[in-house]
Unconditional design. Structure first.
Length: 125
């Protein structure tokens, strides 16, 4: 606490949550669920944007976020698409959170190599 007094929070209960993925959206949805259980009473209005693979689709996502402002969680591996999404979110002043970055960064550091940056839906097993 500083000299200006205690920190006050504005409590938000119902909010828009945009889940953006270059695959099925299962991963970003699971991360969102795991995080949201930590906030009693939080009621997200989920907007799921899956199979986002082109610039045009990113533009649609940003338009949707602008129409329904809220937090954006994303799992996009394309640097170009990630940058477009993050720039669009900065422009309209909404948070955009790359949920896989800490894990991919730690694994890259541990394994001593870069990730392949290929969406899961494009990987053939």
């Amino acid at each position: 606490m500083d000299a200006s007094g205690p920190v006050s929070w504005v409590v938000v209960t119902r909010f828009h949550l945009h889940l953006v993925s270059d695959s099925t959206g299962e991963t970003v949805h699971s991360v969102a669920r795991a995080c949201l259980v930590q906030f009693d009473g939080a009621q997200p209005v989920e907007h799921v944007w899956s199979m986002v693979l082109t610039r045009r689709q990113i533009e649609r996502v940003i338009a949707g976020v602008e129409a329904n402002r809220g937090v954006v969680l994303f799992t996009l591996v394309s640097d170009v698409l990630r940058q477009l999404l993050q720039e669009g979110c900065r422009r309209i002043q909404v948070p955009a959170i790359p949920v896989l970055d800490p894990v991919i960064g730690a694994l890259a550091s541990y394994l001593g190599r870069q990730s392949v940056s290929i969406p899961r839906c494009a990987i053939r097993r």
